[in-house]
Design a protein around this ligand. Structure first.
Ligand SMILES: [Cu+2]
Length: 425
């Protein structure tokens, strides 16, 4: 069932010639290097809630660099050594610029698989990245296959699934299949069902994909007590099991992972800055220390819009992959029908029409709505601190044009350029 061995698989995405290498990525690299080199020194004085460093508050890159340089001067001395060690311990590199820079251009929606020995075989790695959550703005993260969240795994109910998981993090970790009824030894809980997967090791998970529904995969830490730390670094992804029969009818679907982060200045992640000792982070009362909230790893207005056509039936699979926050997700202009809770279908007679559904950590809600009200509508968290810190996206009807007399003049124009134009004034 399982095997364990050291591996030298060339799995970093740098080596994959199929990946897009476009201008956006080069821009990430250029600006990310500038930010990254400065953020190391900034860790000496983690500044929780310094939203002005996010860039979302309208700072130009030059301003960010200027601030970073000030931090760099302040950080000279003994602190710098400690920070480099902390960075090495958490991210595997002493210098930020050596950590792979990743963004949407590098990401794939779904994880490809190979049919082998009657199973669908997937390769998954955990690895440190600097993740671009909005424009050029990055946060230190741990991603699966270099992306945050990890790529969606999608199979059919009853499929035999084999996941070759390789740990390229500098720390031990594990992989848990949330909502799936896997055999005991495959549940991915260190100290209970397996030993943690050590840095450089590969562990093969194998199970039958049951039951159907919206599930997800995530780290279960390296031992009891650090699962939240590892989750807060971004280690989660969707695992969708499509029913083999009685497939529900809808025209369009979107999987939406809700994420939360503790962003420090200059792209630092406070979890990294404290060397994984999250309890040392102060935090503000409104958000429990989290100050960046993402949908599929992106923060508004950089979350891609959901494009719909009038008349379509649309399903949204929402997954709260955070470790602490509760998200009341609200849709404008429509109500949605709750068709599945935690992936399990709700019988038709029991379905509720809602315009807010609230997801605690680990919960999933599948909702459907009929696109019968052309416009550009918000889907956002109604914990409004979360919305203000990124957890908003747009649902856009194809062919709908907002006119000034409709009041659209003040609205953010979707896909009309970078985030700097919309924020911070
Ligand atoms: Cu929220």
């Amino acid at each position: 069932m399982k095997e364990r061995h050291q591996t030298g698989l060339p799995v970093t995405r740098d080596t994959d010639p199929a990946l897009p290498r476009d201008a956006t990525r080069r821009r990430f690299l250029r600006t990310g290097l500038a930010m990254g080199g400065l953020a190391v020194a900034a860790t000496g004085a983690p500044a929780l809630g310094q939203m002005d460093h996010r860039g979302h508050a309208g700072h130009s890159m030059d301003q960010d660099m200027h601030h970073g340089q000030e931090d760099a001067h302040a950080g000279h001395g003994a602190g710098g050594e400690v920070n480099a060690r902390t960075l090495k311990a958490m991210m595997g590199h002493e210098r930020l610029e050596d950590i792979p820079l990743r963004g949407p251009a590098d990401a794939v929606a779904r994880l490809p698989y190979a049919e082998r020995d009657g199973a669908k075989e997937f390769d998954l790695t955990a690895e440190p990245v600097r993740w671009a959550y909005a424009g050029d703005h990055t946060i230190l993260a741990w991603g699966y296959n270099g992306q945050v969240p990890g790529p969606e795994i999608r199979v059919t109910e009853g499929d035999k699934v084999r996941i070759r998981f390789t740990n390229h993090l500098p720390v031990p970790t594990s992989l848990h299949w949330h909502g799936l009824h896997v055999p005991f030894g495959m549940d991915g809980v260190p100290g209970v069902t397996q030993k943690p997967v050590m840095p450089g090791e590969t562990f093969v998970y194998e199970f039958d994909a049951v039951p159907a529904g919206t599930r997800f995969y995530h780290t279960h830490g390296s031992h009891h007590g650090d699962e939240s730390v590892q989750m807060d670094m971004g280690l989660s992804g969707a695992f969708i099991v499509e029913p083999r029969t009685d497939r529900p009818a809808f025209d369009r679907e979107l999987t939406l992972l809700l994420g939360e982060w503790q962003l420090g200045s200059g792209g630092m992640n406070q979890v990294v800055a404290t060397g994984g000792h999250e309890h040392e982070i102060g935090g503000d009362h409104a958000t429990g220390g989290y100050n960046l909230f993402t949908l599929n790893g992106r923060s508004y207005p950089d979350v891609p819009s959901l494009k719909v056509r009038e008349g379509e039936r649309v399903r949204i699979r929402m997954i709260n992959a955070g470790s602490m926050s509760i998200h009341p997700m609200h849709i404008h202009g429509h109500s949605f029908e709750v068709v599945a809770i935690d992936g399990n279908p709700v019988p038709e007679a029991a379905r509720q029409m809602r315009d807010v559904v609230t997801l605690a950590p680990g919960e999933r809600f599948d909702v459907e709505f009929t696109a019968d009200n052309p416009g550009i509508w918000l889907l956002h968290c109604h914990e409004l601190h979360h919305a203000a810190m990124g957890m908003i996206m747009l649902i856009e009807y194809e062919g709908f044009e907002a006119r000034l007399e409709d009041g659209a003049g003040d609205a953010p124009a979707p896909d009309a350029g970078g985030h700097d134009a919309h924020h911070g004034h």
